[in-house]
Design a protein around this ligand. Structure first.
Ligand code: S3P
Length: 436
């Protein structure tokens, strides 16, 4: 695939369902009583990994392509998995499911691809062990044929479910995956469980678990759950993913003579940093038709070509746009002036080391970027040119640099564009549908 800057973009677009909410709909449906239906579910590889894992634990899940039907078996209805749970590329599957597995009367082993085997899991092992569960990581080179224990704190690993007790966990990282793992384990614990984060992360677990009947309360940066709820199946409608809409926000803003209406996008304030950052950069962006669906705020987003300028992205804003930093860095490279991104050390432990990989690729395109330990500084306005992009099989890098290539003279190619299907299977078709 060759990407050039010969197009402008017009029209309406529906981005696929939100990845975080899609994962949670399967998990919470599986541990609730009765039928859960999910519409606008994200049919990306990550969410399909979550479905496969719960099927392996005896949950009947039908995927018609349009709707998902989950026959939940209640909080205590999961069966010991027949074989290893394959989490693929999905950090959300790995960490959230571990919270549920921690409270089961059986042990389970999880493994995934090369990227997941590098990602830090001690961040969930620590609190879930404090609650009583046991974890053991295995040497990936010999797993599963010969089990050699390591202290890597990574996958592959085994979770030994135990009788849990509630804790108050002061999380060292602002991570919704850590928070959610602890809250889900809290459903199985004796006594109350709460998590305090350094900065509030996305709150989809709190919102959706309450919708299924759990007693969850939030007070600032602390979320608390009461144990042993009777969860009931629900009809969930998943809003469009703001993390996927982000590429089209950038495409509309950066490309001259363009106007794109992105419909039905989730704009939960714990996720809307991309909108705030685009506005701070001078983007012509308007929210229309704001309403609430399945407890989540939703809106249409209208974007028009704009002259962008640099900004500072830091502090409490970071968790609200953590997955959008690759595309924000691309926007910054086209903006006038300097953009500084700080407090984003978490970028190093995503699907790739995104500080390094963004820097490598922006530099290859002719951009001026200085990586730092917790972010980067980008001097915008340097003329970029097409080049070969190294995606490191990171879906968000592939999509961000596709948008860069659509605005840079010369030809841009990606070493492997197929990884976009992790979160956005129709990404390239959706771009072509808007091109003129
Ligand atoms: C997610 C939380 C974020 C995000 C990931 C999805 C979730 O990770 O980067 O893509 O669904 O909870 P962290 O919470 O670990 O930052």
């Amino acid at each position: 695939m060759i990407i050039t800057d010969k197009y402008s973009f017009h029209g309406e677009l529906l981005v696929p369902g939100d990845k975080s909410i899609s994962h949670r709909s399967i998990m919470f449906g599986a541990i609730s009583n009765g039928l859960t239906t999910v519409s606008n579910f994200l049919q990306g590889a990550d969410c399909l990994s979550t479905i496969a894992c719960f099927r392996k634990m005896g949950i009947a899940i039908e995927n018609s392509g349009k709707q998902i039907y989950i026959q939940g078996k209640g909080l205590h209805g999961l069966a010991a998995p027949a074989g290893i749970l394959d989490v693929g590329n999905s950090g959300t599957t790995t960490r959230l499911i571990s919270g549920i597995l921690a409270g089961q009367p059986f042990e389970s082993s999880l493994d995934g691809d090369a990227s997941i085997r590098r990602r830090p899991m001690k961040r969930i092992f620590t609190p879930l062990s404090q609650m009583g569960a046991e974890f053991e990581s295995w040497n990936p080179d010999t797993f599963p044929y010969s089990l050699q224990a390591t202290d890597s704190g990574c996958a592959p690993f085994t979770v030994r479910g135990r009788h849990l007790h509630g804790i108050h966990y002061q999380s060292p990282v602002a991570s919704a995956q850590v928070k959610s793992a602890v809250l889900l384990a809290g459903l199985y614990a004796e006594g109350e469980t709460s998590v305090t984060e350094p900065v509030l992360s996305r709150n989809h677990t709190e919102l959706m678990l309450s919708g299924f009947g759990a007693k969850v309360t939030s007070d600032g940066r602390t979320a608390t759950v009461k144990p042993q709820p009777k969860l009931e199946g629900q009809d969930v409608h998943v809003p469009g993913d703001i993390s996927s809409a982000a590429y089209f926000i950038a495409l509309g803003l950066l490309t001259p003579h363009s106007e794109i209406l992105i419909k039905n996008v989730g704009v939960n304030p714990t996720r809307d940093g991309m909108i705030q950052a685009a506005l701070a950069m001078g983007g012509n962006l308007t929210l229309l038709n704001e309403h609430t669906v399945s407890g989540e705020p939703v809106a249409d987003i209208l974007v028009k070509s704009s002259s962008l300028h640099g900004t500072v992205i830091s502090g409490e804003m970071i968790p609200t746009l953590i997955d959008e930093i690759p595309i924000l860095a691309v926007m910054a490279a086209f903006a006038e002036g300097t953009t500084v991104i700080r407090d984003a050390k978490e970028l190093k432990v995503k699907e790739s080391d995104r500080i390094a990989v963004i820097s490598e690729n922006l530099t290859a395109m002719g951009g001026s970027i200085t990586p730092t330990d917790d972010g980067m500084s980008i001097e915008g306005g340097k003329p970029l040119h097409g080049t070969q992009i190294q995606t490191h099989l990171d879906h968000r890098i592939a999509m961000a640099f596709t948008i860069a290539g659509l605005n840079a003279p010369g030809e841009t190619t990606l070493d492997d564009e197929r990884c976009a299907a992790i979160s956005y299977p129709s990404f390239y078709d959706d771009i072509l549908a808007l091109a003129d």
